[in-house]
Design a protein around this ligand. Structure first.
Ligand code: ADP
Ligand code: MG
Ligand code: ZN
Length: 478
């Protein structure tokens, strides 16, 4: 049998760091970095006698995440201790939800070739993050930094509804966008505030039963996720084709060898969870949940449709722009200022995305405001600068953020639209390029483009291209 005779089945457990200011059970800061163990107290160090109190914001953010992904919110849930010993987890247990969950039975929609597809979310629960081991940095041994211990996480567990690496990428991007829109997490994958465990199995097409699955933990790069899925699926198919059985185990993607490497048997029964006796159950009234539902902002799908209707954006543009809340806010703010929505979307989709990619930045890192972008487009639309100079201004706005008007003035980049000045340049270029003039007169239209190019060079890109073109034609007709 061949690869095409098999179907890939994937379910994701996605961890996102909730963006609360303080930890889940104490008032320590959740800020990234800091001196080792500076953000700790008796509660998150798990000293005897310390009393944890659940952070209300954690509950609110989790409920927001659940409602935005079409979950139901049960009235009564609680938190369990999952007992296991890791050196970076000083209590000897993780507090999590393992039997009943704060959000249940939701879904999100992704676009596929065959139209929209629902990916069901089995549950979302809250839990604690662990600390970090630091190997050999301060002494010749391993030390523990508990700054991250007790930072709140939400784990979003999907049903095994995903069928390819493309679907996984779409699902994760959509989840990321939703969480950004509702403001519960910045979901920065490279900083680890969003990471996914990928459960993957394969089965013969048409087989009603799922196969054995493996799990790849803590994946936080789309590039690696796609490669790991492709490799792992083929590895499992090979095992089955050889008449073997896929062992249920944890595997690790190894970027160096471009392979998945089996790590250990899966043994999830070992945690022996029981309700945390220090923590009260979580009881949420209907009213509480409905208040949060009403406070939810507009979500990506809705915004996408609105941009098509209200701003006349093509569907493709609207999809790209609304995939990030930062892009969407930038678009909407700039479009209101310059009244040229298509130009705004073009700038975002070409130049701005290019700079972000080149510099390895995320939309959240854009250092200028939507009004700066709107004003840049106004400068182009009213002829103060050319589109070409506009790109230089944008690069400057990333480098050294200032209002575009100020940049143009300081750099002396105002477009030359003075008729006398343009004529002077045109005459000079004609005089210096007699061959091109002869070519043009002999019917080679391309020579005109060359002459305009020379004039742009002469004006260091600041000549008004429309005026130059017209002036050359007038002169060449003489
Ligand atoms: P555990 O608690 O051991 O991680 P769960 O039952 O909570 O197991 O499932 C974890 C994830 O594995 C879920 O996202 C689920 O969709 C996915 N999953 C379960 N069975 C399969 C399978 N056969 N193939 C692929 N994914 C699966
Ligand atoms: Mg798991
Ligand atoms: Zn603390």
């Amino acid at each position: 049998m061949a690869r095409e005779d098999y179907e890939i089945v994937i379910g994701l457990e996605t961890h996102i760091e909730l963006g609360t200011k303080t930890k889940i059970f104490c008032n320590c800061s959740t800020e990234f970095g800091g001196e080792p163990n500076a953000h700790t107290c008796p509660v998150c160090l798990a000293l005897p006698g310390a009393t944890p109190v659940l952070n209300e914001k954690v509950v609110e953010y989790a409920v927001k995440a659940g409602l935005a992904t079409n979950c139901t919110i049960p009235e009564y849930t609680w938190q369990n201790r999952k007992n296991y010993l890791y050196p970076d987890m000083s209590p000897g247990y993780q507090v999590s939800q393992t039997e009943d969950f704060i959000c249940q039975n939701g879904y999100i929609e992704i676009d596929t070739e065959n139209g929209p597809k629902k990916i069901r979310i089995y549950e979302i629960h809250i839990e604690t993050d662990a600390g970090k081991l630091v190997h050999g940095e301060y002494t010749n041994s391993s030390l523990v930094d508990l700054n991250r211990a007790g930072v709140p996480l939400a784990e979003i567990v999907s049903e095994p509804d995903l069928r390819s690496s493309e679907e996984v990428e779409k699902y994760l991007r959509s989840l990321k966008a939703i969480m950004e829109y509702i403001g519960v997490s910045d979901c920065k994958m490279q900083e680890g505030s969003m990471r996914a465990d990928i459960n993957l199995s394969v089965r013969k097409k048409g087989d009603p039963k799922y196969g054995n699955r493996t799990e790849m933990k803590n994946m936080n790069s789309f590039k690696f996720i796609v490669k790991a899925i492709e490799y792992e699926a083929l590895r499992q198919i090979d095992i089955l084709e050889d008449g073997g059985e896929v062992p249920s185990e944890t595997v690790r993607w190894d970027e160096v060898s471009q392979k998945t490497i089996p790590m250990r048997d899966k043994d999830s029964a070992a945690y022996r969870p029981f309700p945390d006796p220090e923590l009260a159950p979580i009881v949420l009234t209907k009213e509480y949940v409905e208040n949060i539902r009403e406070s939810l902002p507009e979500l990506p799908e809705v915004r996408k449709k609105r941009y098509i209707e209200e701003y006349g954006l093509p569907e493709y543009d609207s999809k790209v722009i609304t995939a990030s809340k930062h892009f969407a806010d930038l678009f909407e703010g700039a479009a209101k200022i310059c009244n040229n929505p298509k130009a705004v979307s073009n700038w975002i989709m070409t130049e701005i995305i290019k700079v972000l990619n080149d510099q390895g930045l995320e939309p959240a890192d854009i250092p200028f405001s939507s009004s700066d972008l709107g004003n840049l487009i106004i400068l182009i639309d009213n002829g103060t600068i050319s589109g070409g100079i506009g790109k230089k201004v944008l690069a400057e706005m990333f480098e050294n953020p200032k209002a575009p008007e100020v940049i143009v003035k300081e750099k002396g980049w105002v477009q030359i639209s003075d008729e006398g000045a343009i004529k002077e340049v045109v005459l000079k270029v004609l005089e210096n390029n007699p061959q091109s003039v002869a070519d043009y007169k002999a019917g080679k239209d391309k020579a005109l483009g060359f002459l305009v190019g020379q004039a742009m060079k002469e004006t260091r890109g600041q000549g008004n291209p429309g005026m130059l073109n017209k002036m050359f034609l007038d002169e060449l007709k003489k």
